[in-house]
Design a protein around this ligand. Structure first.
Ligand SMILES: [Zn+2]
Length: 389
């Protein structure tokens, strides 16, 4: 039996699974699925690929619109980081619980499972669903696959969705997305003493960079959500470049990877189109020389935007540091869950400032408080609320 009412011992167990993104998650999936089953949940393990799965557990009346609680099971790597103690062994020091994922976000998973282990789930009058995802940290891959493959024939998830990422108990209703496009210039190799025989792919990319800079400047003018975001425009970052093979060869290939962050409410596909359109002149030039330009949409992490004043917002307010909603500076699974028709808020214990760093921790008091918060919110959304007509 994998249930436990103590969030600290639960967290200790979850941290011990080294679920660094891109590694299998079978063990933690089995643990969480077994735990939910022991509590009487209807559990689905939805395999995305071998070793990778999302877990959905549903409690209470079927298709009664109550509450969805979501979090990711993967963590970021610890390579090259100096940790005081083993990152995959929970360590308690000065009221803090140290371990990879303690804040981001196995603490929330542990608090939720502990909360439900000590809750009269038979009294639910509306449905409660848990959605645990894989590979959030490398581009919300698990939730993306979930949204893509979601069978519209099966009962929809409760639309009010709570994502427990660490926000220091602030209620976030929006965040930018994160998308990646790859741009590859193809030229023709030649000896560098005979440049006229070749087409220099790096020179082509130079033109691409100039066009992208122009587009980024144009995006900076289109400001929105100034009161919420540090960078209230679509941010572009040329993050990777690779080209050439030797100093005396005209390079025949050069590849760029460009990241951009769609503003809340923006359609990623429109921005992808804008990038591709901005390269039309370079493409024409490349083909004139006998080269080519190829683009590939590598990854689409959609932005999140939820209206103010949802029922979940009201339920979270008593537990938040402020009733005002704000923006999360990071992307979450919320963008993909929104595509499935869910109305998501991001709210959780612990701080994103310590996440992804050595000696990541969560305050033990915040973890224990979160257990009570989960119980109170489930009570309000799924027990006290009138059953769905
Ligand atoms: Zn996270």
């Amino acid at each position: 039996m994998k249930t436990d009412t103590d969030p600290v011992s639960l967290l200790e167990r979850l941290v011990a699974y080294p679920t660094v993104s891109n590694r299998p998650v079978d063990a933690i999936v089995a643990d969480l699925a077994e735990g939910a089953e022991a509590l009487g949940g209807r559990v689905q393990v939805l395999e995305s690929s071998p070793g990778k799965a999302n877990v959905i557990a549903r409690f209470g009346p079927q298709s009664g619109d109550g509450l969805t609680i979501s979090g990711h099971m993967d963590v970021v790597p610890t390579d090259g980081q100096e940790w005081t103690s083993d990152p995959f062994k929970l360590s308690r020091r000065d009221g803090r619980l140290y371990g990879r994922g303690s804040a981001d976000m196995k603490g929330f998973l542990a608090a939720t499972m502990a909360a439900l282990s000590d809750f009269p789930l038979s009294q639910l009058r509306r449905e409660l669903a848990l959605v645990w995802t894989h590979d959030e940290e490398v581009g919300c891959i698990g939730s993306g696959i979930l949204a893509e493959r979601w069978d519209s024939m099966q009962p929809s998830l409760p639309t009010q969705a709570w994502i427990g990422e660490p926000t220091d108990a602030r209620i976030c209703r929006m965040h930018p997305g994160h998308c990646t496009i790859e741009i590859k210039a193809l030229g023709r190799a030649a000896h560098s003493s005979r440049p006229s025989l070749g087409v220099n792919a790096i020179s082509l990319i130079q033109r691409v960079l100039a066009e992208l800079e122009g587009l980024a400047a144009c995006w900076r003018q289109r400001r929105q959500f100034e009161e919420y975001l540090d960078a209230p425009y679509t941010v572009m970052n040329v993050g990777l470049i690779q080209g050439g093979s030797a100093i005396n060869i005209v390079p025949d290939a050069c590849t760029l990877q460009v990241g951009f962050r769609p503003l809340p409410g923006a359609e990623a596909s429109v921005l992808f189109d804008e990038i591709e359109d901005s390269l039309a002149r370079v493409q024409q030039h490349a083909r004139f020389l006998g080269g080519d330009l190829q683009t590939r949409r590598v990854q689409t992490g959609p932005a999140l935007l939820t209206e103010d004043g949802t029922p979940l917002h009201a339920a979270l307010c008593p537990h938040a540091v402020s009733q005002q909603t704000t923006a999360a500076p990071f992307a979450t699974d919320g963008g993909n869950l929104q595509r499935m028709g869910l109305s998501c808020l991001v709210f959780g214990p612990g701080s994103i400032d310590v996440a992804h760093r050595p000696d990541e921790y969560i305050d033990e008091s915040a973890l224990r408080e979160c257990v009570g918060t989960v119980q109170a919110v489930v009570q309000r959304m799924c027990v006290d609320a009138e059953p769905k007509p």
